[in-house]
Design a protein around this ligand. Structure first.
Ligand SMILES: *Cc1c(COP(=O)(O)O)cnc(C)c1O
Length: 224
């Protein structure tokens, strides 16, 4: 299926006006779609699965910024460390330590976001506030990771007020942390997807992750 190019250009225009970075979420989509969008000017792409990301990264040799946005297992970290641009989904200290260890081996500093649990659904991944504080207080000793900010996913609901209040809370947390000396690298708040990115931008997002609105619906089960 071709990409929704006119819609893409409109989204880009809106986001540029708000100074927000677009990560095009290409999970499950073919390489041709990624190349097409890259040729239309898109630099940042997001993937959820390590195996799929590796395959795409090996086949597409142009300069793309690959973002990892899905749940990341510690035993798979090593495979993405050589090239990943930003990991959005750090959800435990153990995972961050593994990223640090693998990055150290190849002498890289890898940029990461801490994923915060803001939704009502228990099933979603992410840190609560006490885990977040623990990580932040430990992270200064991890010299091969740089914490650039936070990521969050709102509840999957039609209740826009609910979504807005979850994003407001995340923004407040982000602002609070950003003022700490341990968080001097903070410049990124990754929040907003196809269904709610406008609300997220109004509430202070600096980076949105949009898939289906650009690439069309994904037709497989468990597409969240
Ligand atoms: C799939 C996914 C997105 C994009 O979802 P769309 O609704 O298609 O825009 C964004 N963030 C994460 C973490 C995802 O898994």
């Amino acid at each position: 299926m071709p990409i929704e190019e006119i819609r893409y250009q409109q989204i880009v225009k809106d986001l540029q006006a708000a100074n927000v970075t677009l990560v095009a979420v290409s999970k499950t989509k073919p390489i041709e779609d990624i190349i097409e969008l890259h040729q239309a000017g898109q630099l940042d792409f997001g993937e959820n699965y390590v195996q799929e990301l590796i395959e795409k990264q090996q086949k597409i040799t142009t300069n793309i910024h690959w973002h990892f946005i899905g749940h990341l297992q510690s035993n798979k970290v090593k495979q993405i460390i050589p090239f990943v641009h930003l990991i959005h989904s750090i959800d435990s200290l153990k995972l961050l330590q593994e990223v640090n260890k693998q990055a150290q081996k190849i002498n890289r500093i890898v940029d990461c976001l801490l994923q915060v649990h803001i939704a009502q659904e228990e099933t979603k991944f992410g840190l609560d506030e006490s885990e977040l504080n623990e990580i932040i207080n430990t992270s200064s000793s991890l010299e091969h990771v740089r914490i650039k900010g936070l990521m969050g996913m709102a509840t999957f609901t039609d209740d826009t007020q609910q979504v807005r209040s979850e994003y407001q809370k995340l923004k407040q947390l982000y602002n609070k942390l950003k003022s700490l000396p341990q968080c001097s690298s903070f410049d990124t708040l990754s929040m907003g997807m196809s269904g709610d990115y406008k609300i997220a931008v109004e509430e202070g997002s600096t980076m949105v992750r949009i898939g289906s609105l650009i690439f069309g619906e994904r037709n497989y089960n468990g597409s969240k």
